[in-house]
Design a protein around this ligand. Structure first.
Ligand code: HEM
Length: 163
């Protein structure tokens, strides 16, 4: 694994293709994430109550996903930004798990999310192998902390190897 600061820099650089903000392009980036996810991983829609049958066209028109798009991209920017600050990064992972408790997600999704996210980023920019590996490494550290926390909370988790 590269150093935390190398991983941070590679992830940060790739996130320039998925900026957040109030401008049209930035807002659309967030909507595009869910259009991508709902279009390519429709099984994940089950967790989004009321949107279980949404098509990418429905996502485009939805105020809910306009807001949620910014939230998820902000979360990914926070992960990239804090990867060299282990205390904050891991606390953010645990907090993310706490906030998702109600959705009763299948635990392996904490790692699987990053494959979805990288595939989304690839719709926005060209990613080299080093950058894809950086996201995979980041996702691995994130997911391990999620699994550890789920176990601490007495919730279903993933034990042992996560790859
Ligand atoms: C495949 C994995 C995941 C699934 C199925 C999932 C599912 C959800 C659902 C159902 C919501 C509520 C939104 C709504 O219904 O409108 C939500 C909110 C949210 N998710 Fe996820 N999530 C996943 C992974 C992640 C990851 C890895 C992060 C962090 C990097 C994250 C960050 C957020 C944030 C920031 C919110 C906004 C609500 C809040 O902060 O409490 N999610 N997610």
């Amino acid at each position: 694994m590269s150093s935390p600061s190398e991983i941070k820099n590679l992830c940060q650089k790739s996130l320039e293709a998925a900026k957040i903000g109030t401008g049209e392009t930035e807002v659309q980036n967030g909507i595009d994430f869910y259009k991508f996810m709902f279009g390519n991983f429709p099984d994940l829609r089950v967790y989004f109550k009321g949107a279980e049958k949404f098509t990418p066209e429905d996502v485009q028109k939805s105020d809910r996903f306009k807001k949620q798009g910014q939230r998820i991209l902000l979360a990914c920017h926070i992960l990239g930004n804090t990867f060299d600050d282990e205390m904050t990064f891991k606390a953010y992972a645990r907090e993310t798990v706490n906030r998702h408790r109600q959705f009763k997600m299948d635990p392996p999704l904490w790692k699987a999310f990053f494959a979805v996210f990288v595939a989304f980023l690839e719709t926005k920019t060209k990613l080299d192998e080093k950058t894809k590996k950086a996201w995979d490494d980041l996702g691995e550290v994130f997911a391990k902390e999620c699994y550890r926390h789920l176990k601490d909370c007495g919730l279903p988790t993933v034990e042992g190897e996560t790859k």
